[in-house]
Design a protein around this ligand. Structure first.
Ligand code: ADP
Length: 507
């Protein structure tokens, strides 16, 4: 185990279900790695605890080895052994937990979407804390993420502080309030929590069903710091419309709640050094962007006859949140306007997946549209580089990373003004915003008319104001979306919480 003593910075341990690139479904994975790296660079000791999924990208883990320890953890009335692995991912030390449980919790070929997800992750949350206790870690901050590790907050105070793992303040980040981890109250008992005492309106009881508990609510109640991933989304979730049933809980804990805009990992997302690209390029030399456009067209069998035909990209999970009806509409509208469209997306929702498979088949041999319905990291990089515009017509968007990645690659975002999109995309034609901040095209109303307006304005600039467009591309590529400033905000929250704890323990 890594020693945690005698370091000047903080000792921060993230307990999470995702970490890019080894185990990533969406933005959460990017945040754990990006924030972790940024905090490490600032001199803090950062460690990560992850499940050891069978379907991880093992080639991205350095020096992976099994430790010569067995951590026993309670679940469903008995103790289960857990094998612990260590390795380094993107320079960050990671502990991987492999339960020796007959349920083969992390041997399912996918991260989520299993019938027993609640069991799998409440189990994981408990072993993660058991590991820290066993290893005699003395972290200053335990940072848990989303419902999967929200159990850490109540487990820490109810079970682990009494056992002596008591050095930490708990930070919980909710990356999306749509996913709250609810279950019948009795299921909480499996991981050793006291369902009877926790199933109360001021603790973990779901706000709309008094026989169910809500793990995200538990983390809001029992953490010292609660964050979400953009300032606008932090406001939205405090309203009945945006809070998905948790607005009252968030409002009664508003003093510890704040929205911090995510950054992106500017090493992993750097067109000047990106090995997935045909040609690397930078803001001062954007010619290479055209070569990537050609490469993508060839790869996908799209027409290359006109170099200046605008290429519109979309990279997304296909779920209602992302505005699937507008994405579908965008394909047709782009073609009508004389553009090309590339979609990279996959859906965990069977009827949406089927619907897009039909559209994919319809455009199978089309010279200007292609749908690739899978998760493909390498292809995503090429699409960001090749496309002239990227659409993000989300119904709600806690932060959104694709608009920032797109800008870094000189692809201009066309985004709906919601959540983190509202904090990062500013309309080129909006006179109320200082010129230097304007970087994309936005719309407010989540309907075809609203979207069309933004898309048509973008096409108009692209087709008729080539020089202005080029300047916009160069400007967007130069915006600083790194984790630096966001990580400083987390650092400040951590420091304040640690200081408060020390002051309280002295008095
Ligand atoms: P969310 O977390 O809701 O999925 P974000 O915009 O925060 O949305 O993060 C999405 C991340 O996942 C980005 O890094 C994006 O490039 C990536 N991504 C989404 N869909 C795919 C896909 N089909 N293939 C490759 N990468 C994808």
């Amino acid at each position: 185990f890594t020693s945690s003593s005698t370091r000047p910075g903080l000792h921060i341990i993230h307990i999470a279900a995702e970490m890019a690139p080894v185990a990533k479904v969406g933005g959460l994975g990017d945040v754990v790695t990006g924030l972790g790296k940024a905090l490490q660079k600032k001199g803090h000791l950062v460690e990560i605890v992850l499940p050891k999924y069978d379907c991880m990208q093992y080639e991205s883990i350095k020096d992976m080895k099994a430790l010569d320890v067995v951590v026993e953890s309670y679940f469903d009335g008995r103790l289960y052994k857990n094998k612990i692995w260590t390795g380094t991912v993107e320079g960050l030390p990671v502990y991987f937990i492999e339960p020796q449980h007959p349920g083969k919790f992390f041997g399912r070929g996918q991260l989520y979407g299993e019938h027993d997800d609640f069991k799998r992750f409440s189990f994981f949350s408990r072993v993660a804390l058991e590991l820290l206790l066993h290893a005699e870690k003395k972290p200053d901050i335990i940072h848990c993420h989303d419902w999967q590790t929200a159990f850490v907050a109540p487990l820490y105070w109810d079970l682990y502080v009494p056992k002596g793992l008591d050095s930490a303040r708990i930070c919980f980040t909710c990356h999306n309030f749509e996913y709250q981890g609810t279950a019948p109250a009795s299921e909480l008992t499996s991981c050793g929590l006291d369902a009877y005492h926790l199933n109360r309106p001021d603790r973990m009881q779901d706000n709309s069903a008094n026989d169910r508990i809500n793990s995200v609510k538990g983390a809001i109640v029992f953490s010292n710091i609660v964050t979400t991933v953009s300032p606008t989304y932090a406001q939205e979730v405090r309203t009945a419309q945006g809070g998905k049933g948790l607005h009252a809980t968030i409002n009664s804990h508003s003093k510890k709640f704040v929205g911090i805009l995510n950054g992106i990992d500017t090493d992993a997302w750097n067109p000047a050094s990106d090995n997935f690209l045909k040609v690397q390029y930078s803001a001062s030399d954007i010619e290479g962007k055209l070569e990537n456009k050609e490469a993508l067209r060839r790869l996908l069998g799209l027409s290359s006859s006109e170099i200046r035909r605008p290429l519109v990209g979309c990279i997304t999970r296909l779920v209602p949140q992302k505005g699937v009806h507008l994405i579908r509409h965008a394909i047709y509208r782009t073609l009508e306007l004389g553009g090309q469209f590339v979609l990279l997306g996959s859906s965990p929702v069977p009827h949406i997946q089927r619907e897009f498979e039909d559209i994919r088949n319809h455009f199978q041999n089309h010279e200007h549209a292609r749908l690739v319905l899978k998760y493909d990291e390498a292809l995503s990089h090429l699409i960001y580089a090749a496309s002239d515009m990227l659409i993000i017509p989300s119904i709600f968007e806690p932060c959104g990373l694709t608009q920032m990645i797109a800008m870094r690659y000189g692809s201009i975002p066309i985004a709906r003004k919601t959540g983190g999109l509202n904090d990062s995309v500013f309309d080129v034609d909006d006179d109320t915003i200082p010129d230097q901040f304007r970087n994309g095209f936005t719309f407010v109303t989540a309907d075809e008319q609203g979207f069309n307006n933004a898309l048509e304005r973008a096409f108009n600039y692209y087709m008729n104001k080539a020089e202005t467009w080029k300047e916009l591309v160069q400007k967007d590529m130069s915006i600083d979306f790194s984790w630096d400033s966001s990580a400083s905000q987390y650092e400040e929250l951590y420091n304040r919480a640690v200081l408060r704890a020390r002051t309280a323990s002295r008095s």
